[in-house]
Ligand binder design. Structure first.
Ligand SMILES: Cc1cc2nc3c(=O)[nH]c(=O)nc-3n(C[C@H](O)[C@H](O)[C@H](O)COP(=O)(O)O)c2cc1C
Length: 180
């Protein structure tokens, strides 16, 4: 993995406030292409990406969500839908694609935020608004645009996250990874 990719992974943060400007077509193409190049179970590529650009529709979807109201003020939304007939792992496939899009957006100077949708109380309502067929899931909605905020988040220390050979064991951890 290149340093650029690592840098993007470590500096990406969820952005929920956006400047008014539209995302240029060539940039949007790159973002969606990153979603397309995500891994998927048996390379099923079971997704369709719906660009949410109609202002009224975007607002109605934002209103339907519980923690995605900021979508209304974003220049664009991307709904990640996954065909459950094409894959045995629709959640993983959709999440991998969502993550690729978030990272690409950040690498291209955009801001984005994952609005969780799969299994939510509003998944069916948003699917209806977008005309998504019943055998598809709505994995996520991504709010996208040029960032108008600095966003901060932290992570649990790696030391707390890694075990060796057995759940709960940290035996030999210091020799395996440089934790300084
Ligand atoms: C499955 C999933 C669902 C999420 N849903 C929402 C959401 O509905 N609203 C929101 O503001 N952020 C949502 N987020 C973003 C998380 O809150 C955010 O990633 C987390 O707080 C860490 O912050 P960071 O992304 O800036 O590092 C979601 C993230 C994931 C992975």
């Amino acid at each position: 993995m290149s340093v650029d990719a690592l840098e993007a992974i470590k500096t990406r943060r969820s952005i929920r406030r956006f400047k008014k400007g539209k995302v240029a077509p060539n940039i949007l193409k790159e973002v969606l292409d990153a979603g397309r190049w995500a891994p998927s179970s048996r390379n099923s590529q079971p997704w369709k990406f719906i660009l949410i650009v109609d202002e009224d529709l975007k607002r109605r979807i934002a209103d339907a969500t519980t923690a995605g109201k900021f979508l209304a003020e974003a220049p664009l939304g991307i709904a990640i839908t996954v065909n459950t007939k094409l894959t045995r792992h629709p959640v993983e496939d959709g999440a991998a694609s969502t993550m690729n899009i978030l990272l690409a957006a950040h690498a291209l100077g955009l801001g984005a935020c994952w609005i969780g949708s799969y299994g939510s109380s509003y998944e069916e309502e948003v699917k209806r608004l977008l005309g998504v067929p019943s055998d598809w899931i709505l994995l996520s909605i991504i709010a996208l645009g040029y960032p108008d905020e600095k966003s901060y988040s932290s992570r649990i220390d790696l030391r707390e996250l890694v075990y060796v050979n057995k759940f709960g064991s940290k035996e030999g951890l210091e020799e395996l990874i440089d934790l300084r």
